[in-house]
Design a protein around this ligand. Structure first.
Ligand code: PLP
Length: 379
């Protein structure tokens, strides 16, 4: 059996090696390493795929979030609402810009930000909401956009884990995750659903004026060379990464289907087991399974993880500590117990290997090992 990993980038690369190698060689041969044609081509291809007017490539997903908040003119003291259950980058950039992160709890089924919790957290200082489409399905964007409209707030979608997910709005229209709010952000970190071979990210918007601002900020705040109208940053997607992404974008939907098949096999194997809650599917959104995340009940999670490791099966805890209990984010406004769903999830979630190259032998080994543990006296 092939070695099981959380993501198998090598096997994925092997399948598209000639295309990737050609694309990389072309950049090297032309030496157009920064802002070369590959970047423009990928940008256009992604705009077309997403059905969005503007894609602004940048250096990573964290920068995408930060640059979005800068472009919206958010100022120290402004409050930005974000989920407590997410990767740290979401809250990190809010804090880094001197804005006030206002953390809220998530839905216990989808793990996505709770619209009711958003409503309760709004104050006269609230300026923006950052829904995170966690693990690959889009948050309840209709409810979030309705709140945003009512209170005149910006919505920055953190679509770092959800690229390719489709969301059906109340009018029955399908939109791509990340293209519903004022701005959407994604990450092309290698293990992401659309991953490059280094760091990369992008910002999406349908707003022409915002697009100009975002493009300026990613490039030192200049639209005309050496004339700086904004305080910006240096955050570019390099041409080699863009060339890789242009190739891989063609396979993104097929990759999602492969992930969905793995998820369906896991769901089937774990059906009816009271110790495991399989991922819920939000009816409005497709799930692209950046992660397949179980909740374990009445099971010693650490022992299960150890047992799987003894069978060469990795399993990860995303995320073991809620943001409000992270050392760097301790704040007198929050204490343990304030976000019961997130706190509970941090003790019960476990993500199993999920990638595009999983074969049935590997899947059987994983599912039978999980079930073997549950049937043993170890739990
Ligand atoms: C939800 C979320 N937000 C932000 C990021 C940051 O992206 P990057 O690692 O490209 O900076 C990630 C990924 O790592 C993420 O999963």
């Amino acid at each position: 059996m092939r070695k099981i990993s959380m993501v198998d980038l090598k096997a994925q690369y092997d399948k598209i090696k000639p295309e990737i190698d050609n694309a990389i060689s072309e950049v090297i041969n032309t030496t157009a390493f920064i802002n070369g044609p590959a970047v423009k081509e990928f940008q256009a291809a992604l705009e077309n795929y997403l059905g969005v007017k503007h894609v602004i490539p940048c250096a990573n997903g964290t920068d995408a979030l930060q640059i979005s908040m800068m472009a919206l003119g958010l100022k120290p003291g402004d409050e930005v609402i974000a989920p407590d259950f997410t990767f740290i980058a979401t809250a990190e950039v809010i804090a880094l810009l001197g804005l006030t992160p206002v953390l809220v709890d998530v839905d216990p089924d989808t793990f996505n930000i709770s619209p009711d919790a958003i409503l309760k957290a709004i104050t006269p200082r609230t300026k923006a909401i950052v829904p995170v489409h966690l693990f690959g399905q889009t948050a309840d964007m209709d409810a979030i956009m309705k709140i945003a409209k009512q209170y005149n707030l910006f919505v920055i979608e953190d679509a770092c884990q959800s690229i390719g997910s489709d969301y059906m709005n109340a009018d029955g229209e399908w939109k791509k995750s990340g293209t519903i709010g004022h701005i959407g952000c994604t990450s092309f970190f290698p293990s992401k659903n659309l991953g490059c071979y280094g760091d990369g990210g992008a910002i999406f918007t349908n707003d022409d004026a915002l697009a100009i601002k975002l493009r300026s900020i990613v490039n030192h705040g200049m639209t005309v060379r050496y004339y700086h109208d904004d305080i910006g940053v240096n955050s570019r997607l390099d041409s080699i990464q863009a060339a890789v992404l242009k190739v891989k974008l063609q396979y993104l939907d097929a990759y999602a289907r492969a992930r969905q098949q793995v998820a369906a096999a896991y769901d089937h194997a774990f059906k009816g087991r009271p110790e495991l809650i399989v991922p819920a599917h939000f009816t409005r959104s497709t799930h692209v399974f950046h992660q397949y995340t179980l909740q374990v009940k009445g099971v010693d999670r650490a022992k299960l993880q150890e047992f799987l490791a003894s069978k060469d099966i990795p399993a990860m805890i995303y995320y073991p500590v809620p943001i409000h209990l992270q050392k760097a984010y301790l704040d007198p406004r929050y204490k343990a117990g304030d976000f019961p769903v997130t706190e509970q999830l941090s003790h019960t979630v476990m993500s199993l290997p999920m990638h595009t190259e999983m074969d049935s032998e590997q899947l059987n080994h994983i599912t039978s090992s999980v079930l073997e543990f549950l049937d043993s006296k170890n739990i």
